[in-house]
Design a protein around this ligand. Structure first.
Ligand SMILES: [Zn+2]
Length: 239
């Protein structure tokens, strides 16, 4: 696969063993232009970076080599993992983001991303359920890659698990909806909530889940669809 190399100054000095790599984290750049994004990811001043950036034409830039730890995830959790930089490969997709005019991802960009993920998955034995969006692992701070990111295209190619289809929705007890939902999310891997206690920030976690699995209805409310889907995903077989 062809990469353009442009080396970022931002990575941890200590190299890592490839066996530490468990996740691929997908981001958008969220800036006005590609140039501004690249400048930011290269500059020492900002202390951020990624392993790969894919522009809208589908060109891939390698900014940090995979045996080095790039700084893209920040404070984050998934399952028993905390602060995922050292365990992950970060991929940035050029997109202006919600602040500057959120765009649909281009075909070229997604097809290159799929190719890259295939290679990385194989090389580092990454599980389908460990390919995540930034908002999945940092739901209180991040909303990228956002509701326009076509997870279903990655699912079609076997990169991530297919979202189960909802048929009949039956919910028995109304009283424990919140508890059921967050138990499911906990099982899936989401963190940043308390199963027993309402938190003001719960809405962000609910939205993060919807941004990935119910991209057309990001209400921040645990409606029957949201609850049911959380149940199906929590109980789907993982690989
Ligand atoms: Zn991000």
């Amino acid at each position: 696969m062809d990469f353009k190399k442009i080396t970022s100054a931002n990575y941890s000095k200590k190299p890592r063993k490839s066996s530490l790599i468990k996740f691929i984290i997908i981001h958008y750049t969220g800036m006005q232009s590609k140039r501004a994004s690249i400048e930011r990811l290269l500059s020492k001043k900002y202390k951020v970076s990624c392993h790969f950036l894919i522009d809208r034409k589908g060109e891939i830039f390698e900014m940090v080599e995979t045996f080095k730890v790039a700084w893209h995830a920040g404070k984050s959790k998934w399952g028993s993992y905390v602060n995922l930089n050292q365990h992950s490969i970060g991929i940035e997709l050029e997109n202006k983001g919600h602040k500057h005019g959120y765009q649909s991802y281009s075909k070229a960009q997604i097809s290159k991303l799929i190719k890259l993920c295939k290679i990385l998955k194989k090389k580092f034995k990454i599980k389908s359920s460990y390919i995540l969006g930034h908002s999945d692992i940092a739901p209180l701070r991040k909303i990228d890659p956002g509701e326009k990111f076509p997870w279903y295209k990655l699912a079609k190619k076997g990169i991530v698990i297919k979202t189960p289809k909802i048929k009949n929705i039956k919910i028995k007890s109304k009283a424990s909806i919140r508890k059921m939902f967050f138990s499911n999310l906990h099982k899936i891997g989401y963190r940043y909530f308390n199963k027993k206690k309402n938190l003001k920030t719960d809405i962000f976690v609910i939205k993060a889940f919807q941004r990935r699995y119910l991209q057309r209805s990001i209400s921040g409310k645990i409606d029957p669809k949201t609850l049911y889907l959380s149940h199906l995903i929590a109980h789907a077989r993982k690989n």
